[in-house]
Design a protein around this ligand. Structure first.
Ligand SMILES: *[C@@H]1O[C@H](CO)[C@@H](O)[C@H](O)[C@H]1NC(C)=O
Ligand SMILES: *[C@@H]1O[C@H](CO)[C@@H](O)[C@H](O)[C@H]1NC(C)=O
Ligand SMILES: *[C@@H]1O[C@H](CO)[C@@H](O)[C@H](O)[C@H]1NC(C)=O
Length: 492
């Protein structure tokens, strides 16, 4: 311990020192055991689309159809991580990652989607990956559903068909059974907002439905939320006692900043439709946010629907859904300005239901992805919003990252992006948010869904022209190594 006199001495000298020397940069230290990782998803990196008995999934169908993805590119080979996972794990090890978030390809282990079609070779791939991770002291974090639904289940309606719930439960049971002794961190769903809006409403993602934007997204979400709760209960009752792990869900949210001080109601409504749609049932009361219930009921009635297009949960279902997450997974990239906008009453759409208009501040820097503006302070606001609105849960940042077109090794802009978002995450922790880890998207440049290989988020470059898919560390990978080694960064 320093003597009592030292602080006094420092206090006398400090004002003097700061005039003589450049200001000392403060260090943003993170809590002990803070998790630093990177994320990927099966369809975006694995390739091997028909290897070892894997079945066809909706993204195989969607990409092979043509017309949906930039240059009709596919994930047939992608980063070939199915064959190169050992090399991937060495990349992780060389930057000192504490965890790796990957997703399991449902159709790799259950080719037709059902338990009856179990494919041992597909499961072996995930056992090998998990063994490689744990053997290198990297914690595996597995996502059960990252958008690649087995095609036969899609043919029966996919997330619109309530029977998906028991298929998802069977699939999860097999994953817990086969991998649960080593995988202690699970996510049921990745970004259900995108599953139900981009894939079932907008039609940008597989299966590309865009004809029923005012009903399908709500029906999709209704089944998806139940599927999440079912799988959480399955784990809680059957596997938690022996496996002692955690099961959560990852929700994506843009910060919604009121465009003017008088627009907070519109911004809150926008957050309800994006985040609260899933978070309110799971973390608050088993039901949709009141603003959603009111908006969709009002619009539906005016449009002549007999009942609201937003389905209702029974009180038993609400009790079953409420509280079904052991931590709050959040993917956050960007921010929007929101104001009220009265939509024409005949528009039957999830977007029109919100009566909001979203814009961007022209001074915000934009990434290669048109939707991605760099607004680091949005991270602090999102984390605090989750703290206040959802009962101060443990929060795991499961994605955050930025894109360019070139995949250049000299990616200073990416270092700048991560550094400034991480600084705001550090401030959120000082504000009282219980953030337990940060996961950069992505370990590798990969197949960016409808944008194909035209947008690159990796901290490692992949040469997609070369059949061997060689990887190279970008500058940001070296920067992450330092960040992780120091468990923090100097304030910039
Ligand atoms: C992509 O596929 C669609 C449908 O087969 C075709 O019409 C289009 O010309 C293709 N585009 C390119 C760039 O090859
Ligand atoms: C829903 O799924 C079940 C079981 O797979 C199937 O029998 C039924 O036909 C499906 N319903 C629709 C409307 O596709
Ligand atoms: C909200 O504030 C903006 C900017 O101050 C102003 O132009 C607008 O008229 C206000 N709207 C309402 C409904 O008060």
């Amino acid at each position: 311990m320093p003597s009592a006199r030292l602080p006094l001495l420092l206090a006398l000298l400090l004002p003097f020192a700061s005039t003589c020397f450049p200001k000392q940069r403060r260090f943003q230290k993170f809590p002990e055991n803070f998790l630093w990782g990177t994320a990927t998803a099966s369809y975006q990196v694995e390739g091997a689309w028909n290897a070892d008995g894997k079945g066809v999934n909706v993204w195989d169908t969607f990409t092979h159809e043509g017309g949906h993805v930039v240059n009709n590119e596919t994930g047939d080979v992608a980063c070939d991580s199915y064959h190169k996972y050992k090399e991937d794990v060495q990349l992780m090890k060389s930057i000192g990652l504490s965890h790796y978030r990957f997703s399991i390809s449902w159709s790799r282990i259950l080719p037709d989607g059902t338990a009856a079609s179990y494919n041992e070779k597909g499961m072996q791939y995930y056992r090998d990956l998990v063994d490689e991770l744990t053997g290198n002291n990297i914690i595996p974090l597995a996502t059960l559903y990252h958008w690649d639904l087995p095609q036969p289940l899609q043919d029966a309606g996919g997330w619109l068909n309530e029977s998906i719930i028991s298929y998802f439960e069977d699939y999860a049971r097999i994953c817990f059974q086969e991998l649960g002794s080593k995988v202690k961190l699970w996510l049921t769903h990745n970004e259900p907002f995108e599953t139900c809006w981009s894939a079932y409403g907008l039609g940008e993602d597989a299966p590309g439905y865009s004809d029923h934007p005012g009903t399908y997204p709500y029906q999709c979400a209704h089944n998806l939320i139940k599927s999440h709760a079912t799988v959480w209960h399955l784990y809680n009752i059957r596997y938690r006692p022996s496996h002692h792990g955690k099961v959560g869900i990852t929700l994506n949210v843009e910060w919604k900043e009121p465009k003017y001080a008088n627009q907070t109601a519109a911004a809150d409504r926008s957050l309800d439709f994006m985040l609260g749609w899933f978070a309110n049932p799971i973390y608050v009361n088993g039901n949709y946010p009141q603003s959603m219930i009111d908006q969709v009921a009002m619009k539906s009635a005016a449009q002549g629907f007999k009942e609201s297009r937003l389905p209702t949960f029974t009180s038993d279902e609400m009790n079953y859904i409420r509280g079904t997450s052991d931590f709050f997974g959040v993917n956050h990239y960007t921010t929007r300005l929101v104001e009220h906008h009265q939509n024409s009453p005949e528009l039957v759409s999830f977007v029109a239901d919100q009566d909001t208009l979203e814009t961007f501040d022209p001074t915000w820097p934009r990434a290669a992805s048109l939707w991605l503006y760099e607004v680091p302070w949005g991270m602090r606001k999102v984390l605090n919003y989750i703290r206040v609105t959802y009962g101060n849960p443990d929060i795991l940042v499961t994605e955050n990252g930025v894109s360019d077109h070139s995949g250049s090794l000299n990616d200073q802009f990416r270092i700048q992006y991560h550094s400034s978002y991480i600084a705001n995450m550090h401030q959120a922790i000082q504000d009282g948010c219980k953030v337990i880890g940060y996961t950069a998207w992505s370990l590798l440049d990969n197949f960016e869904w409808a944008l194909g290989y035209s947008e690159k988020f990796g901290i490692h470059q992949v040469n997609f022209m070369d059949p061997a898919r060689p990887r190279k560390a970008k500058m940001s990978a070296g920067w992450f190594r330092e960040l992780i080694k120091n468990n923090g960064q100097a304030e910039s």
